[in-house]
Write a protein that binds this ligand. Structure first.
Ligand code: CTP
Length: 408
């Protein structure tokens, strides 16, 4: 049981759903989870420190300026102690404070100082949830990396019906179990991934080359997201202005041939994601010296095809990664052409990009992709920051890996 001995810090927010936190704590304690709680000032209107302490068998923390609590365990240590932090219920007001990065009480200070995953469990009236301000805060918080459970659709305490109802203690418990199960398996099995990113350059002579507009952003973000899931990730990147992400092995290459060589050296891996905009062709000959304009009739250059790295990975019988995913840059018939590309190259999934749209794709911070799989399923990941799309993609890839290995 992967929840056994896990340390969960629960922050109780100020909403009527706060009473459900008691059921969740009971469920967690029954499963041998260590629980500590922070009770916010408004949370105190709904549950008492005594009921929390009775269930957790530990002190309920309330006040950042409480010298006794700070002496026992300070607010930084409290956030370091936890394996994960949960805010239940998360109100609209609390989301707003977090999106501004406030540190005005113990709860917000602990969250700002946290180095662990934080899960928000929203509960509010449907209008409050759907309000543009809350939806915009949701996007900001997702971009900061906060995870969300719910909210669900249903009848609310106020009698209205809609999205905003807090997930049940059972649903929260299942989410936590799944979260730790997956972390455990990733670690136990020492899962590895490789990501190709950026453009390649194909030199004509020592100073001239052909290349493309790719910035590498989406690939870098996917490598970061996979690594955050605990997967040992190698990023193989063409020339990019982006700083190498911390904690990830980065191999810098220039040409498509070099990228293929590094990919071969990095195998075996469990997951491969090809986001690189690899040049399809290279000059048949590269001149050793700068080509002088007077000497050369520069009307044409002979090109030869580069190897297709995605194709190589997908059809590699000896060392095929269990999941191979590609990207597809198209300007028309995006789904049809991308599906064909996936079939031709035999990869498991392809993420289709419409690169004719300036506000998404190459060089932009935003993206919108359609995930297509071999069964013909299509899932649209709506326009969002590339970091957000990357987290979704990493999760899809990990889920697929687990499904294929029948890990539940
Ligand atoms: N790809 C690759 N090696 C190549 C060319 C492409 O690994 N030599 C990969 C890309 O990283 C991407 C996928 O193949 O995951 C599709 O790339 P894309 O540029 O969309 O298509 P191409 O296969 O190059 O075909 P076309 O240019 O005709 O659209």
């Amino acid at each position: 049981m992967t929840l056994k001995n896990k340390k969960i810090l629960i922050i109780i927010g100020g909403g009527i759903a706060a009473y459900k936190s008691l059921d969740l704590i009971r469920l967690l304690k029954k499963n041998h989870v260590e629980v500590r709680t922070i009770l916010t000032k408004s949370g105190r209107e709904f549950v008492t420190p005594l009921s929390l302490s009775t269930l957790t068998k530990s002190k309920t923390f309330e006040n950042i300026f409480d010298s006794e609590s700070e002496a026992e365990i300070d607010h930084i240590a409290l956030s370091r102690w936890a394996d994960i932090i949960l805010v239940i219920p998360t109100t609209a007001n609390f989301m707003s404070k977090l999106s501004l990065g406030k540190a005005e009480d113990l709860a917000t200070t602990v969250l700002l100082a946290a180095d662990k995953d934080i899960i928000l469990v929203p509960a509010m009236n449907v209008r409050m949830w759907l309000h543009k301000a809350t939806q915009s805060n949701l996007k900001i918080l997702q971009d900061f990396g906060y995870l969300f459970i719910g909210p669900e659709k249903g009848e609310m305490a106020c009698g209205e019906f809609g999205e905003g109802k807090m997930s049940s203690p059972r649903q929260i418990f299942s989410y936590l179990k799944n979260y730790f199960d997956k972390k455990n398996i990733v670690k136990e099995r020492n899962l590895k991934a490789l990501v190709t990113a950026g453009p390649t350059r194909e030199y004509i002579d020592p100073i001239r080359y052909i290349s493309n507009e790719s910035s590498g952003k989406q690939g870098y973000e996917i490598a970061i997201a996979l690594s955050k899931l605990g997967i040992k990730t190698t990023l193989i990147t063409g020339p990019s202005k982006l700083a190498p992400p911390k904690g990830i092995k980065v191999k810098k290459i220039i040409s498509a041939d070099e990228m293929l060589n590094e990919v071969k050296k990095t195998l075996p891996v469990d997951l491969a994601v090809c986001t690189a905009a690899v040049a399809d062709f290279k000059p048949a000959e590269k001149s050793k010296n700068k080509i002088k304009k007077k000497k050369l009739n520069f009307k044409s250059i002979n090109f030869i095809k580069n190897s297709d790295i995605l194709d190589f990975l997908s059809k590699n019988n000896r060392n095929r990664p269990q999941i191979v995913a590609g990207f597809s840059a198209e300007t028309k018939n995006v789904i049809k052409n991308s599906t064909q590309k996936m079939k031709d190259k035999n990869c498991d999934l392809i993420f289709a990009n419409d690169v004719s749209k300036k506000e998404i794709g190459f060089n932009s911070d935003f993206n919108k992709v359609s995930m297509i799989d071999q069964k013909g399923n299509i899932k649209i990941l709506p326009k969002n920051k590339k970091s957000f799309i990357a987290n979704k993609i990493a999760q899809i890839l990990l889920d697929k890996l687990f499904d294929d290995r029948n890990i539940n």
